[in-house]
Design a protein around this ligand. Structure first.
Ligand SMILES: [Zn+2]
Length: 183
């Protein structure tokens, strides 16, 4: 009874099936002249290739997105640069003038906080040798000094930079008004 039953047990059947399929694989492999290890190796290789392919695909998508982002950035910067170039005002080349006694030079800078063009590097030039004067003015008074020819000017002999700045801006205003009346 016991000997007959052993072949009907589910354990015997499942183990038997597993061994049978293993034998089938070995037979299949031996027919194909391939050892089992190479079959497992091939499966692992296939999985590995699949992972690499997925990663590579993702990297390509990443590069594509990065490329698009860079292109947008470059276009934005070019556009911004162009706008700044075209928005340079008429007075941008107005950088030199003689007021009262001295010649003054300056530059223009766009102030983001003021939302306007402001004067920068306003410098008085020596009336004798045209060298930019050193401004040694303090809270006690104005004092300008030429580093080349030892020209000096104090208080009443000096031109106050804040007044010069006001005159420059006023000159531009007047120029604008003249142009608009002409038009
Ligand atoms: Zn000088």
């Amino acid at each position: 009874m016991a000997k007959k039953n052993i072949f009907k047990s589910p354990w015997t059947i499942s183990i038997g099936t597993a061994i049978f399929s293993l034998f089938l694989t070995i037979i299949y492999d031996s027919v194909k002249q391939k050892p089992i290890l190479s079959t497992i190796g091939a499966i692992l290789k296939w999985i590995w290739n699949l992972i690499i392919n997925i990663l590579t695909f993702n990297i390509r998508v990443w590069w594509l997105l990065l490329g698009i982002a860079l292109l947008i950035l470059v276009l934005y910067l070019v556009d911004k640069f162009k706008k700044e170039e075209t928005f340079k005002p008429d007075f941008y080349s107005y950088r030199e003038g003689r007021f009262k006694r001295w010649k003054w030079t300056w530059g223009w800078k766009w102030s983001q906080s003021k939302g306007a063009w402001v004067i920068e590097n306003l410098e008085a030039h020596c009336p004798n040798c045209d060298t930019p004067l050193i401004d040694n003015s303090s809270m006690y008074g104005y004092y300008f000094d030429c580093p080349r020819c030892n020209f000096t000017a104090r208080d009443g002999q000096c031109e106050a930079p804040h007044k010069i700045e006001r005159i420059i801006l006023d000159n531009i205003d007047r120029q604008r008004k003249n142009n608009s009346t002409l038009m």
